[in-house]
Design a binder for this molecule. Structure first.
Ligand SMILES: *Cc1c(COP(=O)(O)O)cnc(C)c1O
Length: 233
């Protein structure tokens, strides 16, 4: 097995163990492989090992990799998630090439994505990014802003709202980390109670370092980069 295949197995086992410990089924947590800064050949290795969902942060880099991987006729279709910040002038590229967007934190970006989503593609699957720990250098709406944003996004014809995403800062100890993860999950449950939003099903939470805690709190999708592909330079 290649290193990437071995690491994928190890991360999958870690997810299963965290889920089981939390009394959840391992299948209730989807693994998103974050391939930012790694070449198309690394994504190919992961795809050959069975991985299907990939996350990219930088739009241009992601679009190039999506094109390279779709041209490999021996691979099944992969699902691409945009997990990086999106400026207005990049929404068209995102709408035309990605399947999911996790980083919507204002209505203007959502409106542009909906307008620019090509008619021949399914609706763009989206999550609202929530800044749960109040870190002021990060993007994300506040928990208080999330309900109004969710209800506005739910009206957009070419987007399908799936849930929330968050990138909490590291915390001094495990209890503090779990508390932040639980805050994100609480925002998700609050949105689920709103009219028309009962079908929300996605909590995109947890990375290489904090995935077990995120899963204990209720994450349904963990975004793992270095744990699969190695350290980024
Ligand atoms: C880079 C990144 C990840 C993966 O981080 P690792 O620590 O390498 O697992 C997950 N989510 C987002 C939004 C990222 O930018």
């Amino acid at each position: 097995m290649t290193t990437i295949a071995t690491q994928l197995r190890a991360v999958t086992a870690q997810i299963a163990s965290a889920a089981t410990q939390a009394g959840r089924s391992p299948e209730s947590v989807l693994l998103l492989a974050v391939s930012k800064t790694f070449p198309a050949s690394a994504v190919r290795e992961a795809a050959l090992a069975g991985q299907r969902h990939f996350g990219e942060n930088y739009i241009q880099e992601g679009v190039e990799k999506i094109a390279a991987l779709s041209a490999m006729a021996d691979l099944p279709r992969l699902t691409w998630h945009c997990i990086g910040p999106i400026q207005s002038n990049k929404t068209r590229l995102v709408a035309e090439h990605f399947d999911w967007v996790h980083t919507i934190d204002r209505l203007k970006i959502a409106q542009r994505l909906s307008e620019q989503r090509p008619a021949h593609l399914p609706a763009l699957q989206v999550c609202i990014q929530v800044n749960a720990d109040g870190g002021d250098t990060k993007s994300g709406c506040t928990p208080a802003e999330a309900p109004a944003l969710a209800q506005a996004i739910a009206q957009l014809p070419r987007l399908q709202l799936r849930g929330v995403m968050s990138i909490p800062d590291p915390q001094p100890d495990a209890a503090a980390m779990l508390a932040v993860h639980q805050q994100v999950v609480a925002v998700f449950h609050q949105l689920q109670q709103l009219p028309g939003l009962a079908a929300l099903d996605t909590i995109s939470l947890g990375m290489t370092a904090d995935l077990a805690s995120a899963i204990a709190a209720g994450s349904t999708m963990v975004r793992v980069g270095s744990g699969i592909f190695g350290a980024r330079s």
